[in-house]
Design a protein around this ligand. Sequence first.
Ligand SMILES: Cc1cc2nc3c(=O)[nH]c(=O)nc-3n(C[C@H](O)[C@H](O)[C@H](O)COP(=O)(O)OP(=O)(O)OC[C@H]3O[C@@H](n4cnc5c(N)ncnc54)[C@H](O)[C@@H]3O)c2cc1C
Length: 536
Amino acid sequence: MSSSGSFNSSKYFILSFHHFTAIIFHNKFFVLCVSCETVCKFPMSAISNSLSLKHGLSLRCPQTTHLLRYRNSSTSINFRTFQKRCYAAFANENREYVIVGGGNAAGYAARTFVEHGLADGRLCIVTKEAYAPYERPALTKAYLFPHDKKPARLPGFHTCVGSGGERQTPEWYQEKGIEMLYEDPVKNIDIEKQTLTTNSGKLLKYGSLIIATGCTASRFPEKIGGNLSGVHYIRDVADANALISSLEKAKKVVVVGGGYIGMEIAAAAVAWKLDTTIIFPDDRLLQRLFTPSLARRYEELYQKNGVKILKGVSIKNLEAGTNGHVAAVKLGDGSIVEADTVIVGIGSKPAVSPFEKVGLNTDVGGIQVDGQFRTSIPGIFAVGDVAAFPLKIYNRTARVEHVDHARRSAQHCVKALLSAQTHNYDYLPYFYSRVFEYEGSPRKVWWQFFGDNVGETVEIGNFDPKIATFWIESGKLKGVLLESGTPEEFQLLPKLARNQPAIDKAKLQNASSVEEALDIAQASFFVTSDYQLSSE
Ligand SMILES: Cc1cc2nc3c(=O)[nH]c(=O)nc-3n(C[C@H](O)[C@H](O)[C@H](O)COP(=O)(O)OP(=O)(O)OC[C@H]3O[C@@H](n4cnc5c(N)ncnc54)[C@H](O)[C@@H]3O)c2cc1C
């Protein structure tokens, strides 16, 4: 219900929802909670208009403590005092903004709350892990370097160092007034009461909730040896530490899975000078992205670095030795590959529990959201790996398990929640990987991919070290992968993939170098007249 008018020649505007009445008067925002007779006053800048007005009420109703009693004589309330009181009120289990999950997306969301001046005393992050959010991709890259090759360790790679931002150590969260609940996963949600229950039994009331629970690693079933000692899955720092303890003693390592996680771990294992075999059922490495020709180049590079590759191979079970520790991998054809350490990198599943009731997507999994990361339940949002969102550029629903999306989705969601931002998320898929980057490696590899890997392909370059693959569909450039490019060349890729220029395939095929091919692609911007060049 709403009404407006003027009083003493000043405009007023009244909105009523459930047990709250909001009054905008003299450019100030007052909230009256009918059930506990409390009045709070906010400067307009502090109002999260998008949530309170567009998507349920984010301003919390202090059920047990009165933040501020309205007094006739006092119309001017110090906002800092109000914030401090809010912070103190954490003890009363009322939280204005709660993020569940303390990973990549949570770190970038926290930064955006801080940028809007709405973190201090208002934001709480509840996480399963013992660490403040960090750049997860490091775990299968520099974190796994041997001890003598300067491995990455926390606090070196807390968010947001991966994107050149300030390093958000645990102290950073403290300084910013963000409440962190570590090692206490959320076990239950009550949507009606707007409460969360944690593993330790804490009951948290939230105003707005952002679900950023990411994924969990897919596992081999116990009955085929998936839980044997010496068998590893890698998702967090604790997993990576356990793997490093194994690598310190290992002689023979088997990596199961030919995706990017398997490729990164195999590259790390040979840096430890371990007998390393990578096994996967597909006909090539990184089948979801690499063309057969590109995969062949990387397979040769891996073999040159000492990695044995068994492709097109299924696994029957993992076998234990007499000590109960994994001793071998038994393949579908009955043959055996000896191993004292097995790392399984066969994909991951969105961590939707306990949020299933928020609305799951049955096609791509995860929690369904709209272009502002709103779920179907007012006041509840989902971001990062767990969110099934409209991928506007290709007109389909997608879940993207890559760090760039985790960062951008978190930032977009929080801006929509806290500011007047109303435009929908318009993501351009981007993915990268880096391998063999340790000190003394004969060839460091860093590739980036932008766009959609659909249609025909053109590969240019001799892989010494540069190579590029262009995906072309209906005469338009849809996706580009580049390895060992210059910073300027990498910057061109999103522009190409975003704008999808019409491209002369024959001309591209005749390019004698990656540089020339990129010049041809860039020139196609200028001959394609029916679109506006947009930049990333
Ligand atoms: C080893 C590894 C290497 C990767 N390398 C790359 C790469 O090279 N390039 C790339 O683009 N992407 C890479 N990724 C993917 C990228 O890291 C993810 O896309 C990104 O971390 C997703 O961010 P998120 O916040 O959605 O989830 P996450 O970062 O996974 O964070 C989720 C957090 O939620 C916590 N959590 C889960 N359930 C609960 C609960 N019920 N209560 C409280 N907390 C909970 C988890 O413990 C975790 O801390 C990699 C991922 C992994 C695991």
